[in-house]
Design a protein around this ligand. Structure first.
Ligand SMILES: [Fe+2]
Ligand SMILES: [Fe+2]
Length: 153
């Protein structure tokens, strides 16, 4: 393990712990999307509420990652990581935009099966993108710190 004198490993662990919480929010949303929309617009409202909460949570999470310095610290320790670190940071606005379009699509409150299937597919694609992002990010941080924090796949 490479000791860090600039980054508190507790803070680093806290951020990586957020990834597990995000994972659980995604599972909750996946279950909400799986509910039949024919039961009524309140199904859509439930999904919209979870999406809005996820968006706020993600916005804060990304801000912490961008201002927390731990990606920079990883680069300082291992300069070859800078491309990968820039890539993960560049994902942030794209992921928020993707989430905005999911919110927009549920905002139409279309209770047809076709619209709901389409919305569910959109969510699955977004969830895959977010999970891939977090995996890449964990890889950058773990490589930079050269320690296994136990948050791998
Ligand atoms: Fe991130
Ligand atoms: Fe993250």
């Amino acid at each position: 393990m490479v000791p860090s004198d600039r980054i508190d490993p507790v803070i680093l662990g806290h951020i990586l712990g957020h990834h597990r919480e995000l994972h659980s929010r995604l599972l909750t949303l996946k279950a909400a999307y799986a509910e039949p929309v024919a039961a009524g617009p309140h199904r859509i409202d439930a999904v919209a509420k979870l999406l809005a909460e996820l968006r706020e949570h993600l916005r804060e999470h990304f801000e912490q990652e961008e201002t927390g310095g731990f990606l920079e610290e990883s680069i300082a320790r291992m300069p070859r990581l800078s491309g990968a670190a820039s890539d993960v940071i560049a994902d942030h606005p794209r992921l928020l935009a993707e989430l905005d379009s999911l919110l927009e699509s549920v905002g139409h409150r279309d209770t047809s099966d076709a619209a709901w299937s389409e919305a569910s597919r959109g969510f699955s694609v977004f969830a895959d993108h977010l999970l891939a992002h977090e995996r890449n990010e964990n890889a950058v941080v773990q490589a930079g710190y050269n320690e296994d924090l136990g948050f791998g796949d």
